[in-house]
Design a protein around this ligand. Sequence first.
Ligand SMILES: O=P(O)(O)OC[C@H]1O[C@H](OP(=O)(O)OP(=O)(O)O)[C@H](O)[C@@H]1O
Length: 206
Amino acid sequence: MTDQAGRQTWRVDVEGYPLDLPIVPINPEFAISLMMVIDLGVTFGEHIGKELARKIAPLQPDIIVGPATLGIPVAIEVTRALGLDDYVVLQKSPKLHLGDALVQTLTSITSKGEQRILLDRAAIPLIEGKRVVVVDDVVASGSSLKGALDLVRQAGGNVVGAGVILTEAQDWRETLGADAETLVSLAHIPQFAPGADGVWQPIPGT
Ligand SMILES: O=P(O)(O)OC[C@H]1O[C@H](OP(=O)(O)OP(=O)(O)O)[C@H](O)[C@@H]1O
C-alpha cells in the first residue's frame, strides 16, 4: 500500500486502531516506519491514553513523565486516562528558565546527532520519592527512554515502569536492560531493508 504522498506504508494494529505508517528511508539500505502521533488526531490520542493507562494503572503511579517532543501528548493522554492531573515534561530545548536544570545526553534513531534532555528543578518535587512511569511514543534504540529514566532517577524518582505506543525492532532490549522487563506497549513495528524488487521488506528478527 502507499499513502497520498506515494510512500510505501506498513500497517500496524494499535490495540484495535489500525494505522498505515509511511516507510521512510534513513539511507538506501535501511528504512523505518514513521508514526507522528501529533498528526493522528484526538481520537487516536484518547485511544492510546486509555489503552496505556489500562496497562500502567496496576503499577499505581503517582506521576507520568514524558520526554519532548512526541512524548508530550502521550504523557497528557495517559495522565488524563488515569485520572491524575499533574504530569512532567522532560524538555529538549534549552529555555531560559532551564539554566540550572538536571541534564542527560542521548542520541535517538530519528533525530541527528547528540541531544540533551532537561528536567526543570521546579518539577523535582513532583518526582522525588514518587512512583514514576515514563511514557513515550516509540522506543527503538532505547537511547531516549534510557536518558529519560536516568533523569527521573537522578531527580530521586522511584521508576515503577515505562510505556510506549510502539516498540520498534529489538535494540532497546539491550539498551534498557532490566527496565525492558517492565516496559508496556500497544504494538510492535519492524525495520526495513530493500527487497530485490526495490520494495521495502521487514528485516527478519526486527
Ligand atoms: O529509541 P530511540 O532510538 O531513542 O528513538 C525513539 C525516540 O525518537 C523520537 O524522538 P526524537 O529524538 O526524534 O525527538 P522528537 O520527539 O522531538 O521528535 C521518539 O519520539 C522517541 O523519543
